[in-house]
Design a protein around this ligand. Structure first.
Ligand code: 9MR
Length: 351
C-alpha cells in the first residue's frame, strides 16, 4: 500500500516535471494556466467602459479569472450624496464577471481618498459617523452578498512611518473604525473574505510591523478579518524584495490564519525607458511577486492594477514614469506577461 502510494506519487512528479519542461503552450492564457496548475487566481482592475471595447473585453475575459473595480465601488462614485447611490457601474462589473466566470474583489469600503465632499466636509458626532459608515458598508456589501468574494474593507490605514494614518475615520471615530468596518462588512455578507489592504508592506519595516499588530489584535478579539492585500506598486530599478523575502513576509500573516493576496500590482518604468533593460527588469519584478505568491499556500491570487499602459493610472500621478502594465498601449503583451505565463506553467503545485 505504502509502496504504491510512493510509486503513484513518483508518477505524478514525473508527469508534472515532463509537463513543466515543455514550452508554455503558445495560446494558453494567464487564466487557463493559473486554473490548470492550482486554482490560484490571476486578476486585473477594470472600469466598465472597457467592456464596451471588444479587444479589451475579450482580453479581460480570456486572460483573467478575477476582476477588481478600479474606481466604481469607491465612495465618491457609488455614494455621491448622503442618500444617493450610483450602483450601475458596479453592477456592470459584477455582471461582466458573472458572465465570464470571474471572481470579483470589491474595492474599497474605507479609505482616505476618493471620498465625496458631503462626507469629508460634513460635521458628524462619533456616533453619527459610525452610522454613516455602517449604512455605506451594509448597503454596498449587502447588495452584492454572495457575488463579491473578497472585499478590501480597510485601505491604506497605516502611514509611511508606521503610525495610524490621520484620516476622517481616525479623527471622527478613533482607531476602532477598523474593527467596526470589518464587523459591518461581515454582518452584510458572512461568507465574504475580508481584507486589509496596503502598500509598501512587502519588504517588512514599520508599516508591516503595525499591520501585524493590528491583525493580531483584531483576531484576538474575534473580529472577522481574513486577509492581507499587498498592493505592490513598484518602481524599476526596484526595491522589490526577493521572492523568498516576500514569501516570508506573507507567511508572517499566513501563520496567524490570514489569507494573503497581491491585490494591485504594477511596475512603473522611468521614462524614456531603456528598451532592453526596462522590460526585463519589469518582468523580473512582476516575476518576483508571482513566485512569492505561488510559494505561499495561503496566497489566493495576483491582481495587476490596470492591464494595459493605455489604462494606467501611473503617468497621471507620477509624471515621468509609466509603461507599468503587462500589456502595452496597443494591447501587445510585454516580457512581463510572458514571465507570468512561464511561472504559472512551471509552478509545481506548491499547495
Ligand atoms: O487607479 C486608481 C486611479 O484611477 C485613481 O485616480 C486613484 C485616485 O486615488 O486611485 C487609483 O487606485 C488606487 C487604489 O484604489 C488604491 N491603491 C492605490 C491605487 C493607485 O493610486
Amino acid at each position: 500500500m505504502r509502496r504504491s502510494v510512493r510509486v503513484g506519487g513518483l508518477a505524478v512528479l514525473v508527469a508534472v516535471l515532463v509537463a513543466a519542461c515543455r514550452p508554455v503552450p503558445p495560446d494558453a492564457t494567464l487564466r487557463s494556466l493559473a486554473d490548470l496548475r492550482d486554482g490560484r487566481l490571476i486578476g486585473t482592475s477594470v472600469e466598465p467602459a472597457q467592456f464596451g471595447r471588444s479587444a479589451d473585453a475579450t482580453l479581460i475575459a480570456s486572460q483573467f479569472s478575477s476582476v477588481t473595480p478600479e474606481n466604481v465601488m469607491k465612495w465618491e462614485v457609488v455614494h455621491p450624496g448622503p442618500s444617493t447611490w450610483n450602483h450601475a457601474p458596479g453592477d456592470a462589473v459584477v455582471a461582466f464577471a458573472e458572465e465570464h466566470g470571474q471572481r470579483v474583489r470589491g474595492h474599497t469600503l474605507v479609505w482616505h481618498r476618493q471620498n465625496p465632499a458631503w462626507l469629508t466636509g460634513g460635521s458628524y458626532s462619533r456616533d453619527e459617523l459610525i452610522a454613516v459608515l455602517e449604512d455605506h458598508i451594509s448597503t454596498l456589501v449587502g447588495r452584492y452578498e454572495g457575488r463579491v468574494a473578497q472585499w478590501d474593507v480597510v485601505n491604506e490605514a497605516i502611514a509611511d512611518d508606521g503610525t495610524l494614518r490621520d484620516t476622517i475615520w481616525l479623527r471622527g471615530i478613533g482607531p476602532d473604525y477598523i474593527r467596526l468596518a470589518f464587523e459591518f462588512a461581515h454582518a452584510a455578507d458572512p461568507d465574504a473574505e475580508l481584507f486589509i489592504n496596503d502598500y509598501l508592506i512587502e519588504r517588512g519595516g514599520a508599516k508591516a510591523a503595525t499591520l501585524l499588530w493590528i491583525v493580531a489584535s483584531l483576531r484576538a478579539q474575534g473580529v472577522p478579518i481574513h486577509g492581507v492585500g499587498y498592493q505592490v506598486h513598484a518602481l524599476v530599478p526596484s526595491l522589490m524584495p526577493t521572492p523568498e523575502q516576500f514569501a516570508d513576509e506573507m507567511r508572517r500573516f499566513a501563520s496567524r490564519g490570514m489569507l494573503v493576496e497581491i491585490t494591485e500590482m504594477d511596475v512603473a518604468l522611468q521614462l524614456p525607458s531603456d528598451p532592453t533593460t526596462g522590460p526585463q527588469q519589469q518582468a523580473d519584478a512582476y516575476g518576483s511577486a508571482v513566485m512569492a505568491c505561488l510559494a505561499v499556500r495561503e496566497c489566493t491570487g495576483v491582481t495587476t492594477w490596470n492591464y494595459s499602459d493605455a489604462e494606467s493610472w501611473i503617468p497621471g500621478e507620477f509624471p515621468g514614469f509609466g509603461e507599468a502594465s503587462i500589456y502595452d498601449a496597443e494591447l501587445r503583451p510585454k516580457p512581463a506577461y510572458e514571465r507570468i505565463r512561464q511561472l504559472l506553467w512551471w509552478n509545481l503545485r506548491a499547495r
